[in-house]
Each structure stands twice: as C-alpha cells, then as structure tokens.
Design a protein around this ligand. Structure first.
Ligand code: ACM
Ligand code: ZN
Length: 748
C-alpha cells in the first residue's frame, strides 16, 4: 500500500470513530433498543434471572407472562415459575396501570431486587416484554442454556408515535413457507411493529384457501413459468388460522389483502365467468411482472356475489378490524369495451369507468361495513370519489394520503420513494428510509391525526427465496419501525446506525440473513478544467475501500485519477476485517468526446438525468440495470445533441448504446442520424443506423448503434435520435409516452 493510501485509510478510520452522542445514551450499561424508547433512565447494577426468579402477573396479562416464561425457558437451565401471589424479591411482575398515556404505553422498571412491568393494556405489556428481550445479550437469542442472566437496571417509559406500524408481504409473486411467516411475525413483534399486511391475491397467484371456490386453489394458485415448470402454492385455512393465533399472541394484527377489481387475473383464470369476456374467455395465471388488463367485470352481479363469498371466508379466518381490498392499478380497458360494464355505468348514472371503480369499491365497502369491518385501499380508490369510511394507503407518493386526510379520511403512508423494500439499495438505503416522515410537511396540523402510520412494502417479483427476502427487509424494516414508533426528537441516524450493528448477532440467531445498509460505494467521474477524472466514494462512514483499475494488479488507494484509457474500475468495501458486499464495478470508455461540451437541443427527463449535461461525455458506460444512474432518459421526445470536440479532429466512428425494456416503456430509437461539421454552421451527413432488435423483443438488453466512417477534419457532431414516440398499439400500455435511454456519445 502506498503512503497516500495509508493516509487515506487513516482518514476514513478517524471519520467513523467520532459519532455524535445523544442524551438518551448517557448510559451506564450498553442498551441498544430499536425502536428507541421515548425515555430511559439508567441506574447502577443488574437484576439477575435465575432458578429462583418467579413471574407474577395480574390476570389480564397472563398470556404475556406465559410468553415471557416460554421465552426465558428457551435459554435457561431452569424452569421459571409463574403465579399471582406476592413476593418480596427476585420476581418479575406484570401489572396493570390505567394511568399510562396510551393503550400501547408501558413502563419497564428494572431494579436489583425485581423487575416491574406496567401497562394499561396487554398490548403495552407485550411491548415491555419485547424491550426486556432486547436487553438480553446475543447469547440469549442464540439459546445458550445458562443458569443466570443479568439485565441492567434502568427505567423505561415508552409509547408509540403512530398506531399503525406495518409491513406488507407479497406471497403471490413468490410463495413463502409458513415458517417464514412465523419468523416475520416474531421479528415484527421484536421491533414493536403491529401489522402484517398480508398480500394474498395477485395476477400471478391466489394464496388463500377458499372452500366455496376450490378452483382458486387448484387453478389460481399455480402458474406455468416461461420454462414450462409449475410454480405456486397456497395456505390452507388451518395454516392461516395458526398464523393468526401466533400473531395474536404477539399483538400483531394480520390484515389480509384481497385485490379487486384489478390484479385479479389468477382468480379469473379459475373463474373466467367473472371477467368482462365471460365464461368462455381464455385467461391464464400470469407468469410475467407488470399490470394486466383482465379485471373483475363490474357489470355482472355474480362477480359481487363471488367477492362477497370470498370475503366472508376471509373474515372467518382473519379477525382484523380492517380488510385491505387493493384497488390499485386496475386498467379500465376491459370495462370501456364491455356491454355489461357500460350498462352499469348508465343504470347507476355514472360518468365514466373511474366512477365505475368507485361504485365497485363502495359496494364492497358497504358489504364489509355491514359485517363490522372497515376497508383499506391503495390511493387509486380516491379516483372517481372516495368510499365513505375508507382508509387510504398512499403509495404513489404522499399526495393520496394528503388528499385522504384533507377529506377527513385516515391514511397510511407507504410511498415508493421511501418505503418500497423491493427497490434496490441505490434507490432506498437505510438512511433514506430512516429519514422518512409519514407526516407530510405541507399537511395542515389539524389534519395530522388522520395519518395513522405507515408501512414498508415487500413486493416479491424479484425475491425468489427466503435469503433474498431477509436481505431486502433487514435492516430497512428496523429503520421504519423506529420511524413509526419513536418521536423525531429522539431519532438520529448515526445513533440508529450504531445500535443496528449491535442487533446483527441477534438477527443471525433468529436466522435472518440481513442485507447491507447501503450500496457500499459509488464510482463516478467528474469534469474539471476540461479534464475527466474517475473516483470512488464510500456511502457509509465505517467502510474502507480498496480499488483496482483495469488489468493492473496493484490495489490502489481510492482517489481521483485522470481517465486515459478504457477499462473497468473495481471497488471492494470492507467493514472492519469483513468484506462488505460484492465488488462494485464501472466500465469506462476513453474517446475523443470525453469531457467535451454537449449542447442539448431537446431536454432529458428529470427522472433519469444521469450526470446531467456531462452524462454523454463522462466516460461511464451504463449497465443492464436501468436505474444505475448512467442512463439518461428522454420521455416521449427525440434526443438531439451537438458535441463540440473543441478542436478539429480526425474521426473514425460515432457510437451510442441504447437500452430496451419494453415492460418499462423503454424502447430502442427508430433510428440514429449523425451529421458532422467543421465549423458548426455547415453540416454534412455522416450516417444513419437503424436498430436490429424489434420493439416487441421482451427482456432487458442494450444495443449499440454505430456509424463508422473515417473523416479527417471534424469539430462538431450532431446526433438526432428518433423516439418511437408512443408505446405501440400491441403493448399493454399502448399510447403512453415511450422512453429513449442512452448513456454516452462515443467518438473515436
Ligand atoms: C402498488 O405498489 N401497486 C400498491
Ligand atoms: Zn365488464
């Protein structure tokens, strides 16, 4: 390692050893609660749990006392006794205190002689038990059998900021064994979340047993994958009741989601009679990702009978006050072209299919309300009027939640910007989700009470197994748990970051294959004084980075260097002595236009700016990940730019990479037209290229369009890239604006 590199690493090390302190953490014992408690007072000494300890409980907290007893038994050489009598020392007492500020509030008072848990309700008592559990060391969670366990003396007074603290789990795109569901119910309880939002029906699979409609389980639960294999499964009623009981013991509510009117293609594959095309429609369970046009027919009363029958069985299994009915992403194409749906619009005096969606949701809501339940739906249920008592879950940003609150409806916040756990870490890292605030800054204070909480959403299109699931959820779910429980004045990312480190041994013990906190590093380039330099930056203070350029063997220090040849830059991060994540690499291309100026004659779109006005001459070659921040996007318009090489050059070729992923409306251009000029005034044709791949070609791929033609004296190059304009007629999103994605104008 060069002296410079040592200096650099030393700097990094210094940077991470000076964490800010926080008043809550003036502590005499290592206490690392997640979510952070509202108030902790520390005192000297320990309470020791041993064979003589007894648990005393008021009758209303008997279940929580038993839960604690079972928990202690997992890691003890002795059996703890419970009773309701008095004791003078060595006891853990759970008692009711109606004076606490809310039904979830608790006090956990640990003294050398005894532990006292007070709560207004059993729910609060469970929170105290979970805090107690977090005060035990990792060896406890590893179920090491010991004769004694010590817990530091302190006094916690705690209660949650929000009443609804949830995680959505999609078991449709991929199906998970019921043991995985138990694991997550446990984990939610450990982090004082209180809702498992169970996404049970989808285009790609129906996962709940319904006795009256057996084809939901023989047909709708199974799909044929592109390779011909069968994929699927469902939970039986007995499975689901077991989950409900397990969740109830831990004060977790399972809110089932039964999607309607859209995301219903699996159900319609089993019962096509409830689709707009009716009985004879050929509908299959979907084996691809996206939004699909087969939705329940709103003009057919039998559809509503079917849904009411299904919901009746759902309500028998799930006692939750709320039932989620989806309501998102329901394309109106079938309804526009269905006689029955159009008849319904007339008969009900509706204006359009948006109002028909409102009719649909309202009719279902009346049914749920008549059965003593309340409806939650995604923010689309605001379109065409809102059902009377509905709670809105805002996902397309915060606006749905704001509109709901302003209309006096409850809202749950789970915007894609902060709460989507299927998004990669380069979109939503630990810090980003931690900095989420469910209360929008522009919402009137009087309306804050309508924001009942939030959720993190674990969609599983790209989550085929438990290990991937674990890595996506953890530790981001823990960050959201703290957002939803702890008041902003007690929250601090650096402090949370330190605390989550101490939770990893427990997570390992719980068999959670937790993931990274952030993409370890960014590799970037910048133009300064006409020179392009390449550099890497760590995204976390406690990482060290080592780097490798092209085929050079030596690992170099991570510092900016001028790009002179094409090659790959690789970075490996380490936390302590452990490798942290995979090697990150970035391909760079050296060429004549590098760091030169680009004049934009049409605008790129702000959602995909890449490196802004330097993006097309920054040397960075984009990857198959269209969100890698190297692709510059043009939405609905052509891309036209002029590159000024700064001086007369001999050129041999002009090449541009384009991306296609038609599921996401990104298409290769119709053509690339290149002109060249010596003075920027008089232009001459250089060449035209058309893409090889067709617009219909599925999947994600890159195609380079290249004109090769030696020309001795050129300074200006104009590229005109023709957008397909609108998504073509054969596509499910026909008529929407199409994207062009390009990364670099490579001039050689
Ligand atoms: C959603 O992500 N479609 C609610
Ligand atoms: Zn219809």
């Amino acid at each position: 390692m060069s002296p410079k590199a040592i200096y650099f690493f030393t700097l990094l090390f210094l940077a991470c050893s000076c964490q800010p302190t926080d008043s809550v953490h003036q502590k005499t014992a290592p206490v690392n609660l997640i979510p952070q408690a509202q108030q902790i007072d520390f005192s000297e000494g320990y309470f020791q749990i041993d064979a003589a300890t007894i648990i005393l409980s008021s009758p209303s907290f008997q279940a929580e006392a038993n839960y604690l007893k079972k928990l202690l038994a997992t890691s003890s050489t002795f059996e703890i006794k419970t009773n309701t009598e008095q004791a003078t020392k060595n006891f853990i007492q759970l008692k009711e205190d109606p004076n606490l500020p809310s039904k979830e509030a608790y006090r956990l008072n640990i003294q050398p002689t005894h532990i006292e848990i007070s709560a207004a309700t059993a729910n609060g008592a469970m929170h105290a038990v979970q805090s107690l559990r977090q005060l035990l060391p990792a060896s406890f969670h590893q179920q090491e059998k010991r004769a004694t366990w010590q817990i530091p003396c302190l006094d916690i007074n705690d209660h949650p900021r929000f009443q609804h603290r949830g995680m959505l789990l999609d078991v449709c795109r991929h199906f998970f064994d019921k043991q995985v569901i138990f694991k997550y119910i446990d984990l939610l309880a450990y982090y004082k979340m209180n809702v498992l939002h169970f996404h049970l029906t989808e285009d790609q699979g129906w996962r709940i047993e319904i006795e009256k409609y057996p084809k939901l389980n023989t047909i709708a639960a199974w799909r044929t994958e592109a390779d011909g294999s069968r994929y699927g499964g469902f939970y039986t009623k007995a499975d689901l009741k077991e989950m409900v009981a397990y969740a109830k013991e831990r004060h977790i509510t399972i809110i089932p989601e039964i999607e309607l009117p859209g995301h219903a293609q699996a159900a319609l594959a089993a019962y096509p009679a409830f689709s707009c095309a009716g009985e004879t429609a050929k509908i299959e369970v979907v084996n691809d990702w996206g939004v699909f046009k087969e939705i329940y027919c709103a003009g057919n009363d039998d559809t509503f009978q079917f849904l009411e029958d299904v919901l009746t069985e759902v309500m028998e299994i799930f006692p939750s006050e709320y039932i989620h009915i989806g309501g998102d992403e329901a394309p109106k194409f079938r309804w526009e072209n269905c006689k029955k749906c159009q008849r319904r619009i007339k008969a009900e005096g509706l204006h359009d299919t948006h109002e028909l969606q409102n009719y649909f949701i309202t009719r279902i809501e009346k049914f749920l309300n008549a059965n003593g339940r309340k409806l939650i739906g995604w923010d689309e249920i605001l379109e065409g009027g809102l059902a009377e008592n509905a709670t809105v879950q805002s996902w397309r940003g915060m606006q749905g939640g704001i509109n709901a609150a302003n209309a006096g409806h409850q809202a749950i916040m789970s915007p894609t910007s902060h709460c989507y756990l299927d998004y990669s870490l380069d979109m939503i890292d630990l810090k980003k989700i931690y900095n989420f605030d469910p209360i929008p800054s522009d919402l009137d204070t009087a309306k804050h009470k309508f924001i009942i909480g939030g959720e993190c959403n674990m969609w599983t299109e790209h989550v085929p197994d438990e290990a991937t699931l674990d890595a996506r959820i953890n530790p981001r779910m823990q960050a959201l748990a703290e957002v939803l429980w702890t008041y902003p004045q007690e929250r601090n990312f650096q402090d949370f970051y330190q605390r989550i480190q101490t939770h990893y041994p427990a997570l390992k013990a719980f068999k959670v294959a937790y993931g990274l906190e952030a993409v370890p590093a960014k590799i970037n380039s910048k133009i300064e004084n006409g020179q392009l330099t390449v550099f890497a930056e760590s995204n976390l203070a406690d990482l060290t980075l080592s780097a490798k350029w092209a085929n050079e063997k030596e690992f170099q220090a991570v510092q900016a260097f001028p790009l002179q040849t094409s090659g790959e830059y690789q970075v490996q991060a380490k936390k302590g002595t452990e490798r942290y994540g995979e090697v990150i690499s970035q391909q760079f291309e050296a060429h004549l236009a590098l760091a030169k100026t680009v004049e934009y004659q049409t605008d790129y779109n702000d959602w995909y700016p890449a490196n802004g006005k330097q993006a097309l001459v920054d040397g960075k070659i984009a990857s198959l990940n269209f969100r890698d921040r190297n692709w510059q996007g043009f939405y609905g318009n052509d891309a036209i730019q002029i590159v000024d090489l700064g001086k007369i050059e001999k050129i041999n070729s002009v090449a541009i990479n384009f991306y296609q992923y038609n599921n996401a409306w990104i298409f290769l251009p119709q053509r690339l037209y290149v002109q060249v000029s010596k003075d920027g005034k008089k232009w001459q044709d250089y060449g035209i290229v058309l893409p090889n791949a067709r617009a219909q070609q599925r999947g994600k791929f890159i195609e380079q369009l290249k004109v090769e033609r030696p020309m001795p004296e050129i300074q200006f190059i104009k590229v005109e890239i023709e957008n397909v304009g609108k998504v073509p007629a054969w596509h499910e999103a026909a008529g929407s604006d199409a994207w062009i994605f390009m990364d670099e104008i490579i001039v050689k």
